[in-house]
Design a protein around this ligand. Structure first.
Ligand SMILES: Nc1nc2c(ncn2[C@@H]2O[C@H](COP(=O)(O)OP(=O)(O)OP(=O)(O)O)[C@@H](O)[C@H]2O)c(=O)[nH]1
Ligand SMILES: [Mg+2]
Length: 342
């Protein structure tokens, strides 16, 4: 019974969990499982009082192991969350650097201890041994797609290996280039098309390229995928004598890059002599091949027509991670962790 003009009593709805209660700290740890650079998603692994923590973050208090849920994380982002077991869970927000940072800050405000990393065997209980767990932990951090299948073979290869040798060690060092990108540097005279080539490889204009010498003032670096291998491609300013202080500084910086490069490409076009570089190049490349081929180059490429680009991709991949290494069935020491019995 209610008085005319007064609204009927609403059925009582349960109050959402008190997401503002941060004074009551939780016994929990968190570790990011994905690379700290921007990516599609970030994965944060939680251990401890996870159902309480998820309730505070998401405003839902019905967490049980199993279902993957789309939820809002403390108004920072929307993403997926799952309880893997009674004391472990994963948060999967978008992979922006700022989102990750804010979410980790939010977790610490609830008393969560942030760990640099968690032991792979704890993060991957489904792994059959320590090496498989280490491989599964390495996959999300690997920069090159070519790493994935190889990593999945490592547990069995290490089980079968009884004669680890120097060649295996050297191959492993080359294969590690699949985990963090090797540095490729292109250097040569001004106005020969170095920046135009970089733009063609990246697939959009990341470096200014115009018909004027000295366009690139300082080096530009960008990740490029070349046949499954991700490298950091460095476009350098055309090297020439200059009194200009800024240009001299840019040349000093590109000299350091050249000395430290995993692969140095010397480039020029048909009408321009090769430049003397601070070290012997790994590849001599003729650019603007649509205007004429350089017979003394290892490879000729035209960024305008695309001629030679496929060969360039193959050449760089082969120099840095040879096909024979990729096809080898020997084991790969892919982490510093002491899981390998060599
Ligand atoms: N025909 C032809 N022209 C090209 C090609 N690649 C670049 N160019 C032209 O060459 C000029 C110089 O290109 P850039 O890429 O700026 O040359 P750069 O070597 O980076 O020059 P700096 O930054 O001064 O060292 C531009 O007008 C480009 O359009 C090509 O493959 N074919
Ligand atoms: Mg340039």
């Amino acid at each position: 019974m209610h008085w005319p003009g007064t609204p009927p009593k609403q059925a009582m709805t349960p109050l959402p969990p008190d997401v503002s209660n941060k004074t009551n700290t939780l016994a929990c740890t968190a570790a990011a499982m994905t690379s700290p650079t921007a990516g599609a998603i970030t994965i944060i692994q939680l251990h401890g009082q996870v159902s309480e923590l998820l309730a505070r973050l998401t405003g839902r208090d019905d967490w049980t192991p199993g279902p993957l849920r789309l939820c809002s994380f403390a108004d920072i982002d929307q993403g997926l969350a799952v309880m893997l077991g009674p004391d472990s869970a994963q948060l999967m927000p978008h992979g922006g650097v700022r989102i990750r940072q804010r979410l980790l800050e939010e977790l610490t405000s609830h008393g969560v201890t942030l760990l640099d990393q968690i032991e792979p065997v704890a993060a991957y209980p489904e792994a059959t041994d320590e090496i498989e767990a280490a491989a599964l932990a390495t996959i999300p951090r690997a920069t090159s797609p070519l790493a994935i299948e190889l990593l999945l073979h490592q547990s069995r290869r290490w089980q079968e290996c009884e004669d680890w040798n120097e060649a295996d060690e050297l191959r492993s060092q080359r294969l590690n280039r699949l985990l963090s990108p090797p540095q490729v540097v292109i250097a040569g005279p001004p106005n020969i098309g170095k920046s135009t080539l970089m733009n063609a490889l990246v697939g959009r204009k990341v470096a200014i390229s115009i018909d004027a010498p000295g366009t690139t003032r300082d080096f530009v670096a960008w990740p490029v995928e070349l046949g499954g291998l991700v490298v950091t491609w460095h476009d350098t300013p055309g090297r020439h004598q200059s009194e200009d202080e800024l240009e001299q500084e840019a040349i000093t910086r590109s000299t350091t890059l050249i000395e430290q490069a995993d692969m140095l490409i010397s480039a020029t076009d048909l009408g321009t002599p090769w430049l003397e570089l601070p070290r012997e190049p790994d590849l001599r490349m003729g650019l603007k091949s649509d205007l004429g081929l350089r017979r003394d180059a290892d490879l000729c490429v035209s960024a305008h027509t695309g001629e030679g680009i496929i060969e360039l991709v193959e050449w760089v991949r082969e120099h840095l991670v040879p096909a024979v290494d990729l096809g080898s069935t020997r084991p790969w020491r892919f982490t510093e962790s002491p899981v390998f019995n060599t």
